[in-house]
Design a binder for this molecule. Structure first.
Ligand SMILES: CC(C)(COP(=O)(O)OP(=O)(O)OC[C@H]1O[C@@H](n2cnc3c(N)ncnc32)[C@H](O)[C@@H]1OP(=O)(O)O)[C@@H](O)C(=O)NCCC(=O)NCCS
Length: 153
């Protein structure tokens, strides 16, 4: 990517004004996400912000359109294992359908894994569909073990 592209597509932390820039609509491309009121957004944003570096949501804003076109999050789990080690859990990675294939997904993952490394995690893990396995391999992940899930709703 050239320098101008780098500036145009800078990864940064979620800001409270990003709701008005299509952040929720972007998440709707990933999974069920009903409309979120401004109050609900502000409340949840405050909860996440209060966790500081333990819960980081990364976004990329298209500086031209002013829209959020990529996102992903990392949650830092504190353990007793591994000498009170920490593990980063990557979730909710999505790139706007019109912006895929431009290395933005990789940029989001790099931002999240850099963060996890900086705060002292010994590993970062995530679950993904078979279709996205190669994407995550290209981001440096390796397949390990089996995903299990129990949904309550
Ligand atoms: C998966 C997703 C996040 C990838 O984002 P993206 O910005 O299009 O990916 P990038 O351009 O950063 O791709 C990085 C590399 O992975 C490859 N890649 C991306 N998606 C791929 C896929 N589904 N299968 C195989 N390779 C893929 C790219 O070709 C690129 O390879 P290169 O570095 O050799 O050129 C995006 O397609 C998406 O949002 N999908 C829908 C939501 C989703 O499934 N999210 C993941 C939840 S686990």
């Amino acid at each position: 990517m050239q320098n101008s592209e780098e500036e145009k597509f800078r990864a940064r932390r979620l800001e409270i004004t990003d709701k008005g820039k299509g952040f929720i609509e972007l998440l709707q491309q990933l999974s069920v996400c009903d409309s979120v009121s401004d109050k609900e957004f502000e409340d949840r944003f405050g909860e996440i912000e209060s966790l500081g570096d333990d819960h980081v949501i990364c976004v990329i804003e298209d500086e031209i359109s002013g829209k959020i076109i990529a996102t992903g999050s990392v949650f830092i789990e504190k353990k007793f294992l591994r000498n009170c080690g920490k593990v980063g859990h990557v979730e909710d990675v999505v790139v706007d359908s019109s912006a895929r294939g431009k290395q933005l997904g990789k940029k989001v993952i790099n931002f999240l894994t850099d963060h996890a490394r900086c705060v002292g995690c010994y590993k970062v893990i995530l679950d993904c569909s078979v279709e996205n396995k190669v994407f995550y391999e290209k981001c440096g992940f390796k397949q390990k073990e089996v995903q299990m899930a129990m949904y309550f709703v």
